[in-house]
Design a binder for this molecule. Structure first.
Ligand SMILES: [Zn+2]
Length: 209
């Protein structure tokens, strides 16, 4: 069962899928004839193939703690490297902010007209893009006034709010965005931003204190 798995990102060595029961106990293929305690799959990256790899394990041990319900799920996780996901996510953000571009300073210019942007140089995961959206774009969702007329400013704010929400798969209101800006804006409390994102945007984290 070595099909379709990409090489290890660290050592370039081979990883394989291992059939298990529901609890992660290794099984051979004959177990599938009568899988009395469920079927699972785990990833194995055997140290005997890659003696110096820091994430390799013994040949009878699984990588990590996740038991996948299908081969496909295990393969997708192993093959879905951060950099692939990151590129895809940045493309998603750029599609939502139609007309955006990345300049020679590695800044993602989301709205050229108002120069709404953030720096991509220190971004290496999808979550870090989300931190930037919260820290550097929340103000524009309710408060920015790049135009002369109130009506245009309101339209602009609503537009940025809608787009940021789409990037984050959320439906934050203006009021919630104001709280986000107050607590997280301009990278004022980066640790809290990280907590907020990993909690699945639990507003209670921001409401406290
Ligand atoms: Zn490795």
């Amino acid at each position: 069962m070595t099909e379709k798995l990409r090489p290890c990102p660290i050592c370039g060595g081979e990883a394989r899928l291992q059939l298990t029961d529901e609890e992660g106990n290794f099984k051979d293929e004959s177990y599938l004839e009568n899988p009395y305690s469920g079927v699972g799959y785990v990833l194995v990256h055997d140290i005997s193939d890659s003696e110096t790899c820091p994430i390799a394990t013994h040949c009878d041990e699984a990588l990590g703690t996740i038991i996948y319900a299908s081969k496909e799920a295990a393969i997708n996780t192993w093959n879905g490297r951060t950099e692939d996901n990151l590129t895809n996510y940045i493309f998603k953000v750029m599609n939502i902010f139609y007309g955006s571009f990345i300049n020679h300073n590695n800044e993602l210019i989301l709205v050229p007209k108002t120069n709404l942007y953030f720096y991509l140089g220190d971004v290496n995961t999808v979550d870090k893009v989300k931190y930037k959206l919260l820290e550097w774009c929340s103000r524009s969702c309710f408060k920015a006034m790049p135009y002369r007329y109130a009506k245009k400013n309101k339209e602009y704010q609503d537009d940025v709010l809608r787009k940021v929400n789409e990037c984050l798969d959320m439906e934050f209101t203006r009021e919630q965005m104001e709280l986000i800006y107050t607590k997280l804006g301009n990278c004022i409390n980066h640790e809290l931003t990280m907590k907020f994102v990993s909690s699945g945007y639990d507003m209670k984290l921001l409401e406290e204190r």
